[in-house]
Design a protein around this ligand. Structure first.
Ligand code: MN
Ligand code: MN
Length: 301
C-alpha cells in the first residue's frame, strides 16, 4: 500500500482514532440492552473515548427504530431501551482533528436481527469493491444490490462521506444507491455507511422538528458579535471547545440555553435536525471509516 499518498502524521492519527473507535464500538454493544438508558450509553461512549486517549468527534448518536441519525440524548433524558427495538450507536473519535466515524446496530430481543446482518454484509461488500478510481455511484450500486438481495430497501437520501481534518462531511458523498458523481481517490479517507429499512419503508429519511446536535464555525463567531458580548462569548466558548466539530448541549451545562436558542434561531449556530424514516419503518446502519489505496482500502475502524 502506497503510504506516500497520505501525510505520515495524518495517517498515524487516523489509525490511532480508528483503533479507539473500533474498541469502543465493540464494547458498547454489551451495554445496549432492554431497560438501558440511552443517556447512560451515550455518556459512557464519550467517556470511554476520552479514557482511551481520543477526542469525541461528535455526540454519540443513539438512534432507536425509525430514528436513523442525528439523535443524541438530552441531559434530562430518561429514555430507556425497549424490547423489540433496533438500536443504532454511531460514534466518532478525533485525534488532531482527524476523525474515525463508525456505527453498529443492535437488535434487541424481538427486533429483526436479519436487518443488522444485511447492513453489515452490504458494508463488507462495499468495502471489497473500494479502491482508487472507483465511482461513488458504483459503491452505491453494490450497497443497494446487497441490501435488496436480503429483502430490504436502502435509504436513498443518507450517504457516507469523505473526511478531512476538522471536517466530518468533506467533499465526496458515498450514496447507498447508484447515484452521485465522482470517484474515490487514493490516500483519501471516507466513511461508508449503508442504511436500510424494510420493504414497506419509503427508503428515505425526513427531518423532524427536533435538533439535538449543533455546530459553530468561525463565521458564527463573526456573526454573533452583532448580537452583543454575551452572545459572542457563548459562540467563542463553543468554538474553542469544539473547533467546529458537532456538539450536544449536554456537554455545556454552563452555556445559557436562552442565548443558545437565539443563536440557533438566527442561523448563527447550525443544527442537524433528527432524521427519521419517512414512513416510520425501522432503520439499520453499519459504518466504517476507510483509507483508499490504489489496490483496495484499509478499514481504520
Ligand atoms: Mn457515523
Ligand atoms: Mn458518517
Amino acid at each position: 500500500m502506497s503510504r506516500s499518498l497520505i501525510d505520515g502524521d495524518v495517517y498515524d492519527s487516523f489509525r490511532a482514532a480508528g483503533e479507539i473507535a473500533r474498541k469502543v464500538r465493540s464494547e458498547v454493544v454489551y451495554r445496549v440492552r432492554e431497560g438501558a438508558s440511552a443517556l447512560e450509553i451515550a455518556t459512557w461512549v464519550e467517556e470511554r473515548i476520552r479514557e482511551l486517549g481520543g477526542g469525541v468527534a461528535f455526540p454519540c448518536n443513539v438512534g432507536v427504530d425509525a430514528v436513523a441519525a442525528h439523535s443524541t440524548p438530552y441531559p434530562d433524558s430518561d429514555y430507556a431501551l425497549r424490547r423489540g427495538s433496533l438500536v443504532k450507536v454511531d460514534l466518532g473519535v478525533e485525534i488532531d482533528g482527524l476523525v474515525a466515524d463508525t456505527a453498529v446496530t443492535v437488535a434487541l430481543p424481538g427486533a429483526d436481527e436479519a436487518m443488522v446482518l444485511a447492513a453489515e454484509r452490504a458494508l463488507e461488500e462495499a468495502l471489497r469493491a473500494i479502491r482508487a478510481g472507483v465511482r461513488v455511484s458504483a459503491v452505491g450500486e453494490v450497497i443497494s444490490r446487497a441490501v435488496t438481495s436480503y429483502g430490504y430497501r436502502p435509504i436513498a437520501n443518507l450517504s457516507g462521506h469523505q473526511i478531512e481534518r476538522y471536517n466530518l462531511h468533506a467533499g465526496l458523498s458515498i450514496p447507498n444507491v447508484p447515484a452521485g458523481e465522482g470517484r474515490l481517490e487514493a490516500g483519501k479517507v471516507y466513511a461508508v455507511e449503508p442504511f436500510l429499512t424494510t420493504r414497506r419503508g419509503a427508503g428515505q429519511v425526513k427531518h423532524i422538528d427536533r435538533v439535538e446536535i449543533f455546530r459553530v464555525s468561525e463565521d458564527s463567531l463573526v456573526r454573533s458579535r452583532r448580537l452583543g458580548p454575551q452572545h459572542e462569548a457563548v459562540v467563542r466558548r463553543l468554538l474553542e471547545s469544539t473547533r467546529g466539530l458537532p456538539y450536544a448541549l449536554r456537554w455545556f451545562p454552563d452555556v445559557d440555553r436562552e442565548i443558545h436558542a437565539v443563536l440557533y434561531r438566527r442561523g448563527i449556530v447550525k443544527g442537524y435536525p433528527v432524521l427519521v424514516e419517512a414512513s416510520g419503518e425501522p432503520v439499520a446502519q453499519a459504518e466504517h471509516t476507510v483509507v483508499v489505496w490504489e489496490d483496495g482500502c484499509e478499514t481504520l475502524t
